[in-house]
Design a protein. Structure first.
Length: 547
């Protein structure tokens, strides 16, 4: 796949305001931060074509004639395409009182007449960080308007908001959801670099703000997401949007108001071990921007033996590639899913338990010893809330005990491996209830032992010995897990690792991944002891003996 556009080409072109918007941008705006700073804005053929699609309207005679065709749009292109700058140009047009961004009747030829501006626009520009740099949409918008003499006087430009002179419209920089007063007033919104939207508050903001769009029907509001390709397993908004786009493309979902444009170097089509192969891949991912890009300079980055090639593939080839520092391959994990399968009643299983009482999450994972099938049977996550005065959040220990007791009643539990910190007394109580031989304290702080446990767990995934229930929480915790190098090397001389969050204090959870590894380690020990494996009858045919 090189280009994925949803919807695909239509038999008959739709009417559009896109050319009018493109002309307005070139007539009134300039380039923002960068080598062309302050020069008159210019749109190449592809950017003009994208604007034509973004501003399509329903044709004359249709029940929705003149209204926007697309309510939600997403653009996924390689680094250097000027996505933020284009989004800032669009935001400037959506904010200006005289830009032709909304339908304003039909001309004598049955085409859209010159468009109109939006009355009282509200434009949130949502970024992943509080710092609004020049590389983000609001920073680009601020610079563009300050440098554009034809429209500069129409705005009051601040560090975090741009107001129309007269106060009847604004664009604002946000790093979270808008407040309740503004959330229902949106006329256009941008989600900037959505591959970085992994935090729960940002994902919740995205969902809420999309849901609010229909509230201003007369304003015909819409939403734009811009990104480079996401890393699988991060659980980002970009990853979710790409999966949704694939579902629409394959007919598993239907959404006629959704536009998605993605270009990448075709998977497996280029030999990335050769300079020529890398160069061809960069050219394919670049499209028209190759004409003014330093293609050789980009390709030369692959020559550095210390380079993170997964990162280079994602940002320059726009391929969804797992980051090298990620502990688990969630693409492979997805292939191992058996959605709808359940562990049979009375099956011999192992359990893994990991978590904290007051922070992060606590999880229980079961593994069917005979089938190598894992299921998440319990997960208690600290909600994303600012703790005010009052009692802090705590894992509901009684609920954990109830789920654990149900597991012991439903299945034949051979062993529970439990990471004991903060749960020492509780785990001791479980040992007293279910038996010391069945409840084992298994400390994940034993670095080499934990590294060996994780090696076995990842190898089982690579080899296909493991399957699972497809639980999205399980997948998210695996995707949140990063490698932490240890002082130890294995028998092949390779550095061993344990898992950690991407940074200290991150709200992203990894406890289910750890519980899954412990449950799998218990299964490995069970197999060593011959537990849960069907033994051949004395009447079954034995393997022939070679004389």
């Amino acid at each position: 796949m090189s280009v994925l556009a949803i919807p695909g080409p239509d038999k008959k072109p739709w009417p559009t305001l896109g050319d009018q918007v493109a002309d307005w941008i070139e007539d009134n705006l300039v380039f923002g931060p960068g080598d062309l700073r302050g020069d008159p804005a210019r749109l190449d053929d592809e950017k003009r074509a994208v604007l034509q699609r973004l501003y399509e309207v329903f044709p004359k005679g249709h029940a929705h004639a003149g209204r926007r065709r697309y309510r939600r749009a997403a653009i996924s292109l390689r680094k250097g395409w000027a996505k933020s700058e284009v989004a800032a140009w669009i935001a400037a047009a959506e904010l200006h009182p005289k830009a032709p961004v909304r339908f304003n009747g039909w001309d004598t030829k049955g085409k859209p007449a010159y468009g109109a501006g939006v009355s009282d626009p509200y434009i949130p520009l949502v970024a992943y960080t509080e710092e609004q740099s020049d590389e983000l949409v609001y920073g680009a918008l601020k610079a563009i308007l300050e440098l554009s003499p034809r429209v500069r006087g129409d705005f009051d430009i601040g560090l975090e908001r741009v107001l129309r002179i007269g106060g009847d419209g604004k664009a604002v920089a946000l790093a979270a959801a808008p407040d309740a007063r503004d959330g229902a007033r949106t006329t256009f919104q941008v989600f900037d670099e959505t591959h970085r939207f992994t935090l729960l508050r940002l994902k919740q903001a995205h969902r809420t703000m999309l849901a609010n769009l229909p509230k201003r029907r007369i304003a015909d509001p819409w939403s734009l997401e811009i990104t480079t390709s996401p890393a699988p397993g991060e659980g980002s908004v970009a990853e979710d949007t790409m999966e949704y786009a694939k579902a629409v493309f394959e007919g598993r979902a239907s959404d006629s108001r959704f536009f998605f444009f993605h270009r990448q170097a075709t998977d497996g089509a280029h030999d990335l071990e050769t300079p020529a192969g890398v160069r061809d891949a960069v050219l394919e991912a670049s499209g028209p921007v190759a004409g003014w890009s330093d293609i050789d300079g980009i390709a030369d980055q692959w020559k550095d033996p210390t380079a993170d090639r997964a990162y280079l593939q994602r940002v320059w080839l726009n391929q969804p590639v797992r980051a090298a520092e990620r502990a688990f391959d969630v693409v492979r994990w997805d292939e191992l899913a058996k959605v709808g399968h359940v562990i049979p009643l009375k099956a011999v299983v192992t359990l893994g338990f990991d978590g904290a009482k007051y922070h992060d999450a606590t999880a229980l994972v079961a593994t069917d010893i005979l089938r190598g099938f894992q299921a998440l049977i319990g997960c208690w996550e600290k909600p994303f809330v600012d703790e005010k005065a009052g009692r802090p959040w705590q894992v509901p220990e009684a609920d954990v005990a109830q789920v654990l007791d149900a597991a012991f009643q439903r299945w034949n539990v051979w062993r529970l491996y439990a990471d004991p910190p903060y749960w020492e007394t509780t785990v001791a109580g479980w040992a007293g209830k279910y038996g010391e031989e069945r409840v084992v304290s298994w400390s994940t702080s034993r670095t080499r032992k934990m590294a060996e446990c994780l090696r076995g767990y990842t190898n089982a995934q690579k080899d296909g010995h493991l399957s699972h229930d497809g639980n999205p929480i399980f997948r998210r915790h695996l995707g949140n897990s990063f490698r932490k190098a240890t002082p130890f090397v294995d028998e092949n001389g390779e550095r061993m690792w344990t898992i950690q969050k991407e940074r200290s204090g991150s709200p992203n959870k990894i406890d289910v991944a750890m519980a899954g590894a412990l449950s799998w380690e218990a299964r490995r020990d069970a197999l060593i002891e011959g537990v849960g494996v069907k033994k051949p009858s004395v009447y079954e045919t034995r393997a022939p003996v070679t004389l």
